[in-house]
Write a protein that binds this ligand. Structure first.
Ligand SMILES: Cc1cc2nc3c(=O)[nH]c(=O)nc-3n(C[C@H](O)[C@H](O)[C@H](O)COP(=O)(O)OP(=O)(O)OC[C@H]3O[C@@H](n4cnc5c(N)ncnc54)[C@H](O)[C@@H]3O)c2cc1C
Length: 336
């Protein structure tokens, strides 16, 4: 049984920063994440993209932000259970929460901070038979290492931000060719990206295939052949090295949806007028996973929520102790 002060579910940027804020109050944390590495969406969805709205950083690459957060929490020596999903929660006889993961690892703490973001990541996959055979080498739902696409012929499917952003990125960065297939003529992405993609299509940097979708896939040596159907009943094949069907992630709260928490629009309802507590005493929800009026799903908002939440957690764990806010410029960082 792993025992700690705060069990944090989710090692995304918000979960990681919670360790820091809790550490300043001498509270120990243990993080559980279904992914094999920390960083949440930053590490899993857009590790190589620059973020422009982290205070103090005019621009920072997402994976670099995760590295810096990991460095920042190092003095507080947090525990990690990675690659395991927090599955069940129960209350022990002493009032502490006990959380078991999908692999059976048990964790115990008086406070639980859910920083589960979008929940357990599940990409929306196109309904094509045998797709899984190609997922190891040629079909990717997330771009983790852009360098593997250098000098390759890439086909991207989708009409949202992710599809457009990566089409632009690869058109600008060393791909041999980029084709963008979209089932309609209207895009859901930001206007700027759509305008730029249309310019690139005019300049021949991206080939746009609209009103069409991929309906089949087969192997041709190291390459793949995509069967494409257009709305006006044309059928044709495209041979390429990689196919990226980027239809987004299905937001699934996963097991946490069955823990008796108040859920609204697939997110956990919290009291933002006080401390981001949920309807269950001792369980908080911070970052993308929570909802309240005016909620913004931004990293900096999650950081703020973490700072407020740990103050409340401290009072819960040490009801008789008085905590006075001290600046780090005065106290420095004293780890465990
Ligand atoms: C393409 C893209 C670009 C973005 N750009 C920006 C930007 O420029 N600026 C900005 O502020 N925000 C941006 N965001 C949003 C930002 O990434 C999120 O606000 C941020 O990641 C939320 O952090 P989090 O820690 O709350 O959740 P997440 O990063 O989603 O991490 C949650 C973690 O919880 C884990 N988890 C969930 N359920 C369980 C469970 N039951 N058991 C174990 N683990 C679990 C998940 O595996 C995940 O690792 C962007 C998002 C995307 C997709």
């Amino acid at each position: 049984m792993i025992k700690t002060d705060i069990i944090i579910i989710g090692a995304g940027p918000v979960g990681l920063f919670t360790v820091f804020e809790a550490g300043l109050l001498k509270l120990k944390c243990h993080l559980i994440d279904a992914l094999p590495q920390p960083g949440g969406q930053c590490a899993e969805i857009y590790p190589k993209k620059p973020i422009y709205d982290i205070p103090g950083y005019p621009s920072i690459i997402a994976s670099e932000l995760v590295e810096k957060l990991m460095k920042q929490i190092e003095p507080f020596n947090p525990g990690f259970t990675l690659g395991e999903t927090a599955q069940t929660i129960e209350k022990g006889s002493d009032g502490d929460f006990i959380i078991h993961t999908s692999q059976g690892t048990a964790h115990k703490a008086p406070v639980v901070a859910i920083a589960g973001g979008l929940g357990v990541f599940t990409p929306r996959k196109p309904p094509i038979e045998n797709l899984s055979i190609f997922e190891k080498d040629n079909v990717h739902y997330i771009v983790k290492e852009p360098a593997i696409f250098n000098d390759k012929n890439i086909v991207i499917s989708g009409g949202g931000d992710s599809a457009l952003d990566w089409a632009l990125y690869f058109a600008e960065n060393f791909a041999a060719s980029v084709k963008l297939i979209h089932r309609s003529e209207n895009f859901r992405a930001h206007n700027d990206s759509v305008q730029k993609a249309l310019e690139y299509a005019n300049d021949g940097k991206i080939e746009m295939i609209l009103n069409s979708q991929v309906s089949g896939i087969s192997k041709n040596n190291d390459q793949i052949v995509l069967g494409v159907d257009s709305k006006n009943n044309e059928k044709f094949n495209i041979t390429c090295d990689h196919w990226l069907p980027l239809f987004g992630l299905t937001p699934k709260l996963g097991p946490m949806g069955d823990w008796g928490l108040e859920i609204q629009k697939n997110a956990i309802k919290v009291d933002n007028s006080t401390d981001y507590s949920t309807n269950i005493d001792g369980i908080y929800a911070i970052g993308d996973v929570n909802t309240y009026q005016g909620k913004l799903k931004l990293i900096l908002c999650g950081f703020h929520e973490a700072a407020i939440m740990v103050q409340s957690a401290f009072k819960k764990i040490y009801p008789n102790k008085n905590n006075v806010l001290k600046y780090t410029t005065v106290t420095g960082i004293k780890g465990f």
